[in-house]
Design a protein around this ligand. Sequence first.
Ligand code: SF4
Length: 717
Amino acid sequence: MNAFAQAPSKTHTVQGACPHDCPDTCALHITVQDGRVTRVAGDPDHPPTHGALCTKVSRYAERTYHPDRVLTPLKRVGRKGEGRFEPVSWDEALDDIASRLQAIAARDPQAVLPYSYAGTMGLVQGEGMAARFFHRLGASLLDRTICSQAGGDALVATYGAKVGMHVEQFAHSRLILIWGSNPITSSVHFWNFAQQAKRAGARLVCIDPRRTETAEKCHQHIALLPGTDGALALGLMHELIQQDLLDHDYLAQHVDGWPALRDRALQWPAERAAATCGITPDEVRVLAREYGSTKPAAIRLNYGMQRVRGGGNAARLVALLPCLTGAWRQPAGGLLLSASGWFRNARNDAWLQRPDLLSHTLGTRRPRTINMSTIGDELLRASSPASSSTSSSTSSSTSSPGLGPRVEAVVVYNSNPVAVAPDSRKVAAGFARDDLFTVVLEHFLTDTADHADYVLPATTQLEHWDAHMSYGHPYAMLNRPAIAPVGQARSNADIFRALARRMGYTEPCFEDSDETMARGAFKAEAVDLQALFDRGWSRLTVPDAPFANGGFPTPDGKARAAQAPGMAIGPFEAAALGVPDHVPNYESVQSSPELAQRYPLAMISPPARHFLNSTFVNVSSLRAAQREPLLEMHPQDAAARGIANGSTVRVFNDRGEYRCKADINERARPGVVNGLGVWWRKYGLAGTNVNELTHQRLTDIGRAPTFYDCLVDVQLA
Ligand code: SF4
């Protein structure tokens, strides 16, 4: 019997799933006493969770009952950005929002833009009822590129889908390369398995420009320059060829395009790769020897390394390393960047999101697509004749011509673009437009909510139904509501359901309850639904060593070392085709020497340890632990500028400036500064955050942002 479906007693436990943008997707045990959550803990039986949660979500009750929680609908009474609102009734808010959206849609529904990302990763409260609503409206489509698109598309171009190793298998690896990842901060459960491997004698090598908490605990740290990961991968390939550490049989049987990649790799001797990466040739040679001769060897790649101009090419190159050595032959060998592709045939996406509803409004036409990563430019653009019906921003530069109608309304849910989108001065200016109608579904008055015409109080994960997949493991998950909604909060799905009713949408799908949608999110033929409903999670059937004998999800089962015409997979730009290569940063000595003279420091902006993107910044205990916005700086770079530890500094470039405190230590390598994010702007020393400095140019593959491709200089403030 389902232990969590019993009638609530005074104290009972409810099964949930963590909704946050984290590969671990933990199974939660939520203790409720007299209708109030008293504890949020990890499910000890769920193998990836193993009974433990990160510090952030252990504080979920604090976040849910936070005194600043938005508990009623709010209508703006101050200027945009000021954050002054008055409470209004749900009826008043929804009636007005529906009539404003209807008026805009009557002119052109594409002038309405949904803006959302992974504030919750739930299939229901994310792109569930919201997608049905915006499809029925005929609103602009949103290209959700802001985090993982370059690496994700690179995986598809290489393996055919976003697939990888089982996270539990890392416990049995003998060598683990932790590449562009700080799991102590962002994937603690993977780190647990890596620690098990370490205790059993495995060697851990961290590849990251920053000396992270993880790097400190590995046997070796290779501190390469930002945006040079592709060069390192090519240097490793060169050495694998020279030292004959290739699995020739695996390459012949299971990899297409190897001769072309081999020719490219032979152009990258260790000296060239090392000079590009800012490391020593021996670091390249020794790592190649270890990687090629240790079995099983595994790579935990993460998305930090793909937030640069050449991020897609670099991810393709790293993803090919286990194909060269045959590391895929063993369960504890291979690579994990994302496992979300294991769910591609398990989700009921067409039923959840109803893209067919577009035809009800638009017939055979399709709305344009707006790239969320260039939202600053997009909101500031005037109407112009549309260049195509499918995309306003698809190239790897910023906005392309031909917007179509100006964006007149934005509905934001599960996202805080004013804080997290690049080039935030422009983003804030866009959201400050007097003629932009903005609705924000939120828990708190974030930087984005401060710009809203209406803020609608949304439920947290403890208060609603949802279903989850994961991008770090192959378990389908169910989340049950543990408590009644706090205040007047309503779930995202319920809010869009209510708006649909007011807009006159009569399709039966708008009557589906949240529970119906959660229960229908997965296909019965792919997921053991009984286990999912009884226990809260269910493992997909994925072999332990999924590519031991090839069988990649490509048409011929082979991985792609290079994409020849006719063999290409995935609907990609030209950059994803051909032979992958190192692509230098937009902002680097190599590609922009004049800029590098004026702004000689490369800046990356990895997440602060106690925040998850911009979530949790307002949780007092976590903000207190994080103290204040910091810029990590190497002692040499600080001394050259007369900057002492703890000084207030001005970090600047042509796009803007950001004030924070200098944290002088060797976490930063010389020539690189680390602006820890993502603080809300209003908690910044001068009302800005690190995204004041980042730009809107896009990656080579995936049209994703290039947050870590950014030159700055630093002065005492
Ligand atoms: S944020 Fe990640 S580690 Fe923390 S509880 Fe959620 S899924 Fe687990």
